[in-house]
Ligand binder design. Structure first.
Ligand code: SF4
Length: 565
């Protein structure tokens, strides 16, 4: 599109991008700090304009997690959370870690300390986010749902806000009768809490070199189903984690089963995106996992009632970018706040938001939003329990670079040595470089996938699953999975087919990428992108071996509508 667009400008003091637990906690904590200050200093009262933009159609619509919540940050933020109706599905009452072989299971004699969940809560992150959103709104925070951050506004090296998405463009980028240009929201400080692999975060981290000297981020993709099951099979509050089947020992990952009630289960599978096989398929791994006799015995005769997928920023402490710049803070998974050793990040995201809020409050008092003031955020983190927790797990994800068995041993050593192994910082490479070409690979895994039949009762194809995610997009809009046209010809339809067999068909959990045969005689294929199926998991942006796919925001309001995610 070569339109010269007149954009409206909105002035804010504080702009949060993404209504996840990090930014919602930040907005609530900041509002509390300001209210407290104003009560004590009526003559120096602050009244900043605070806004949150959220690409989902409502707060929580794009939030998805297992999830077991460690309530530490929640207690700090909202001590009376229970009285205030916090949506808790169950308190964890029993937990087990299992190692699965193809037919059997072995329980770990004791639950490894990082996976101990007694006292934690099983929640739906989507309901939890909606609850936090309501509290933020009650405190006067403006939440604009259905508005995505499309571009960062940067002037003279300083972040000065965000441009929201244009609405009403057709698939060629031309305006339709309902065209509404995105607006420029200018702010003294912009807080990116976009979750894993945020599209603005990716760009600004690169542009400002915020990851200089850090390990690259490492990702996994979590694929989740909700199941209604007959009563009597499991007790509300039960938590299982498993290792082993169906993963190859050189692929990091595992499962969770959380009993939200006696008859409602959250069942999910996490697959690392640094797998060697181009056929690595997080959706397939969940389907295969459910065929294990133990899992089948829980689910058979039940009904799958929800689906979703999301990447996880699993690299840990050494993969965290610099968290601040002039006019900018990074929170939650955008800042790498995640503890893969515990398979938890919500509490860290919330704490990061609270630390950001304290820093912004000081900046408001000084009316100074430069790095000099905002760097106090990183100092706060370095002195926090969040840092202590993440530092203990600082080499966790790297330890599994040598496969499950050696990795487990290395993690055991780390736990004994407080996070160290042989070196204090184990290196990490970007996930996509681990993918091997077909020529150097056994085809066994691909064949196994081809032979697997989804029965539509226990196991489902991707399209059936996507239907349960409530995903919709305006069909006539520019494709938000952006590949430069010449790269589709030069790489996707040719080079990638030969070298990797088009792994996008496998790693996308929503059947967005398909190779269509265009010439029966030669077998030539062409990439077809079914963008409206996209559940916004970001896996393609991460795992593509040529790094030619850029996930851009579609029109705000599109995407999944998780209701119990
Ligand atoms: Fe995930 Fe990309 Fe597929 Fe969308 S297109 S569902 S972001 S892998």
């Amino acid at each position: 599109m070569s339109l010269s667009i007149q954009r409206e400008t909105m002035e804010m003091d504080v702009l949060f991008v993404g209504a996840g637990p990090a930014n919602l906690s930040a907005a609530i904590h900041l509002s509390n700090l300001i209210a407290d200050h104003n009560a004590k200093n009526p003559d120096k009262a602050l009244s900043p304009q605070i806004a949150i933009i959220e690409k989902g159609q409502s707060v929580g619509a794009h939030l998805l997690s297992g999830a077991v919540l460690d309530p530490r940050a929640l207690r700090e933020l909202i001590p009376d959370f229970k009285e205030r109706g916090c949506p808790i599905e169950a308190e964890v009452t029993s937990e087990k870690v299992l190692f699965l072989t193809a037919k059997s299971k072995f329980a770990f004699p004791i639950t490894p300390p990082p996976l101990k969940n007694h006292g934690n809560y099983i929640i739906s992150l989507n309901k939890f986010g909606a609850w936090l959103g309501k509290i933020a709104e009650e405190k006067g925070v403006n939440i604009f749902s259905g508005f995505a951050g499309a571009e960062m506004l940067v002037e003279n090296g300083k972040v000065v806000g965000v441009q929201t998405d244009d609405k009403g463009l057709d698939k060629n980028g031309e305006p339709k009768p309902n065209f509404e240009p995105g607006m420029n929201i200018r702010a003294k400080v912009t807080v990116l809490g976009e979750g894993p692999r945020g599209s603005l975060t990716k760009k600004i981290v690169k542009a400002l070199n915020l990851d200089k000297g850090k390990n690259p981020q490492a990702y996994e993709t979590g694929v989740k189903e909700l199941w209604e099951i007959p009563a009597g099979r499991i007790k509300k509050g039960t938590v299982y984690h498993t290792l082993g089947f169906p993963l190859h020992p050189y692929v990091y990952g595992g499962s969770w089963i959380y009993a939200m009630s006696d008859t409602l289960l959250s069942v999910g599978f996490v697959t690392a995106l640094d797998a060697f096989s181009p056929a690595n398929d997080p959706h397939f791994n969940l389907q295969k996992f459910k065929t294990h006799p133990f899992v089948r015995s829980l689910l058979e005769g039940g009904k799958m009632v929800g689906y979703g997928a999301k990447a996880i920023s699993g690299g840990g402490y050494f993969s965290m970018p610099k968290l601040y710049h002039d006019g900018l803070l990074l929170v939650g998974e955008s800042g790498g706040f995640m503890n893969m050793m515990r398979l938890k990040g919500i509490h860290l995201a919330m704490k990061s938001g609270m630390m950001a809020a304290e820093t912004i409050f000081e900046a408001l008092l000084k009316n100074d939003f430069s790095q000099e003031t905002l760097k106090a955020y990183e100092a706060r983190f370095e002195n926090s329990w969040a840092k202590k927790e993440m530092h203990k797990a600082r080499n966790f994800r790297q330890a599994f670079n040598v496969g499950l068995y050696w990795g487990t041993l290395r993690v055991g050593l780390q736990m004994l040595l407080g996070g160290r192994i042989l070196k204090d910082r184990l290196p990490l490479e970007p996930d996509h470089v681990h993918m091997q070409r077909l020529s150097s690979l056994t085809r066994k895994y691909v064949l196994e996938k081809r032979e697997f039949k989804f029965d539509g009762k226990l196991t489902f194809d991707k399209l059936t699953n996507v239907y349960e995610s409530g995903t919709t997009h305006e069909e006539n809009q520019p494709c938000h999975l952006y590949i430069k046209p010449h790269l589709i010809t030069d790489i996707c339809n040719t080079k990638c087919t030969v070298e990797y067999g088009n792994p996008c068909q496998h790693f996308c959990p929503a059947n967005v990428y398909e190779m269509e045969i265009v010439n029966e005689q030669t077998g030539a294929k062409k990439l077809k992108i079914n963008a409206s199926n996209c559940v916004h998991c970001k896996t393609c942006d991460i795992a593509d071996p040529y790094q030619v796919i850029t996930w851009k925001v579609p029109e705000g309001g599109g995407g999944p509508v998780y209701t119990n995610g």
